[in-house]
Design a protein around this ligand. Structure first.
Ligand code: OAD
Length: 269
């Protein structure tokens, strides 16, 4: 038996014995659905530095001084999310819900856990598919098909000589103003408060769980990165799934789409 098999057996036993499982996911969970991570080689922040593209002030500045670059960022970031489908790891987590109480806490804004069929999902960095006013009032929910339409229109605009007016038209479903004020996707940018009530629910869930399963996060962004400490402080063991995993009571080095189905089938779910 190699080391991964030994760890998998240990992790499967933890899953079998757990009553309240929290699954905490990051960008690595969606990598095999075709959405690049942020900080791996070739990640989104390599080409588009977060201080220019992931703070509200930075985005406003980029949009006003380099509008074409702003549109190129949106097209690049949105295209893989618009085309994504949940992989086998997502489906394995849906199966797990049939056997244990499972809460998903995700930093991802792509909606793939819900699309796979997971029931209890807290999106602590918000959702790209939910459009709200800046005060958080719900405006509408976008379908992935609508998102694909927006991306196609942005790409056509970028290829044309009328890039800016065409991009503005394409973006109207995503960003704009109506009688209730300015609306935008309900995503948490750097420096903004965590999405509520998702964050409060996430904190409560990790404090009550008896197993935390972490999948595909570098743990570099706070306060999300404090959740494993909360779980540990309340006595929950931690399993980590990540090709670069280093921390956790059980460390499964591998990818979400391969390890999750293996683990959950070993655990008998
Ligand atoms: P990162 O890009 O920081 O980390 C991705 C993690 O996924 C790394 O640990 C990789 O080793 C791992 N990984 C890569 N491929 C994987 C695979 N196929 N299966 C499993 N793991 C894999 O992404 P996050 O930790 O999610 O926030 O980043 C946290 C936050 O930073 C994001 O929510 C976003 C970003 O800035 C905001 O924008 C507010």
């Amino acid at each position: 038996m190699n080391q991964l098999d030994t760890w998998l057996q240990r992790a499967a036993e933890l899953v079998r014995n757990a009553q309240e499982i929290v699954v905490f996911t990051g960008a690595g969970m969606s990598a095999e659905s075709g959405i690049p991570t942020f900080r791996d080689a070739g990640g989104l922040w390599e080409e588009f530095p977060p201080e220019q593209f992931a703070t509200f002030a930075g985005l406003l500045r980029t949009a006003s001084t380099r509008p074409r670059e702003f549109v190129r960022f949106l097209a690049t970031a949105l295209a893989p999310i618009a085309a994504a489908e949940p992989h086998a790891g997502y489906r394995a987590l849906v199966q797990l819900e049939k056997h244990s109480s499972v809460t998903i806490v995700t930093q991802n804004i792509d909606g793939l856990h819900q699309e796979a069929g997971s029931w209890q999902v807290h999106e602590i960095h918000g959702s790209l598919l939910e459009i709200t006013t800046r005060k958080g009032q719900f405006v509408k929910r976008l379908t992935r098909k609508e998102l694909r339409g927006i991306v196609a229109a942005l790409q056509t605009a970028l290829d044309s000589s009328l890039a800016l007016p065409r991009s503005l038209l394409a973006l109207r479903k995503l960003i704009g103003a109506n009688v209730r004020g300015i609306y935008r996707p309900n995503v948490v940018l750097f420096g903004e408060a965590m999405a509520e009530p998702a964050w409060s629910h996430a904190l409560a869930a990790v404090r009550e769980c008896d197993l935390l399963l972490i999948v595909g996060t570098s743990g570099e962004v706070w306060p999300a990165a404090s959740l494993p400490q909360e779980a540990r402080a309340h006595g929950a063991p931690i399993i980590t799934i990540d090709p670069d995993a280093a921390r956790g009571d059980v460390v499964l080095r591998g990818t979400a789409a391969t390890i999750l189905p293996r683990l959950l089938s070993l655990a008998g779910v």
